[in-house]
Design a binder for this molecule. Structure first.
Ligand SMILES: Cc1cc2nc3c(=O)[nH]c(=O)nc-3n(C[C@H](O)[C@H](O)[C@H](O)COP(=O)(O)OP(=O)(O)OC[C@H]3O[C@@H](n4cnc5c(N)ncnc54)[C@H](O)[C@@H]3O)c2cc1C
Length: 295
């Protein structure tokens, strides 16, 4: 049996392995020790789900012929030698490789963005942090650019705590007329970009484009997602802001493929993620049928 290595144990990687586990010896590598369903993060934030409800079902991890290498990072791919290199200096050989490394939060590039107290709403770690911090912070601020931020605002409103929302004028329409009016009349809405995040280690305030400074001890940054491409650096596998593939999901190496968020060329400008998984399902089906024919 040929070796198939999959980078990414989430919606794309796990569902592909589920279909192909009888045709290949599969190794699936994931940065996450406990892979979870990102699409349920807001339900977890709202308290409608517990963190264990976000985990992928057990059946995915009990497939014959599939080895899981979880909590490990692929840092390099050598397409010519056909191996992937892990952070702990281990090599894994492949005959076929599928890159399903998905996406991560996209942060704005402004001074101070890495201070403590800045969180996205796109990782379980961040959402747990927001849940813990929101009740004890005094000046929460949401910087919004996607529909998820709008859902988050509704959660903030229910929490009945004073907060501010910063939105650039080009994203104002995401709020809709009614919510805009409500936020404006209650003095919560600031139409601006962010120039600087101020604080000594921890966030203390945010400097707006006008140089006005507003107090902030929790900054929730909702600026969308970007494909995870770091393991492709210097590999010779072609990518731009996303991994480039042809109609068969092949990269410029015919035995290396990509599916899921990592190949989504619109991801960095996307403001609504509600159809992402629906678009990935046919990719999984087409690639699995192509690969099973090649065995
Ligand atoms: C908050 C939120 C809400 C969403 N809501 C919806 C929704 O309602 N409907 C919808 O259709 N979509 C939604 N989406 C989008 C959806 O979650 C994604 O489209 C989907 O998760 C993409 O799956 P994927 O497997 O391609 O990538 P991901 O889910 O991003 O998984 C990538 C995998 O690759 C691994 N990985 C990355 N880099 C490396 C590396 N170097 N080494 C090893 N492993 C690596 C990660 O650990 C992870 O296992 C939402 C996303 C977010 C963040």
């Amino acid at each position: 049996m040929k070796n198939l290595v999959i980078i990414g144990a989430s919606f794309s990687g796990l569902n592909l392995a589920k279909i192909l586990h009888k045709d290949f010896k599969i190794k699936i590598i994931s940065l996450d020790k406990y892979p979870y369903k990102k699409n349920l993060l807001l339900e977890f934030l709202k308290g409608n789900l517990k963190s264990k409800d976000l985990l992928f079902e057990k059946e995915y991890f009990e497939l014959d012929g599939v080895d899981f290498i979880l909590g490990r990072k692929v840092i390099k791919i050598n397409p010519v030698r056909k191996d992937v290199f892990l952070e702990d200096k281990k090599y894994i050989k492949f005959d076929y490789l599928v890159i399903a490394s998905g996406s991560s939060p996209q942060y704005i590039s402004c001074p101070g963005i890495h201070k403590r107290g800045v969180a996205s709403i796109y990782t379980l770690e961040d959402v747990k942090y927001i849940k813990d911090m929101y009740d004890i912070c005094s000046h929460p601020v949401v910087f919004l650019r996607t529909c998820l931020g709008v859902s988050l605002l509704n959660w903030c409103i229910e929490k009945e705590k004073e907060f501010k929302v910063i939105v650039s004028s080009s994203y104002l329409s995401l709020l809709g007329e009614e919510l805009s009016k409500n936020l404006e009349s209650s003095g919560k809405l600031i139409v601006s970009g962010i120039k600087e995040i101020i604080g000594n280690g921890d966030v203390k305030a945010v400097r707006l484009e006008s140089d006005k400074i507003i107090a902030c001890d929790l900054l929730i940054v909702d600026t969308g997602l970007k494909p995870n491409l770091s393991c492709l650096r210097n590999s010779g596998i072609e990518y731009e802001d996303y991994l480039k593939v042809d109609d068969y999901f092949r990269t410029n190496f015919e035995y290396i493929f990509g599916i899921g968020d990592v190949i989504n060329k619109n991801l960095i400008n996307l403001t609504n993620f509600s159809n992402c998984m629906q678009n990935i399902t046919p990719q999984i089906q087409q690639l699995s049928s192509y690969l099973s024919k090649s065995t």
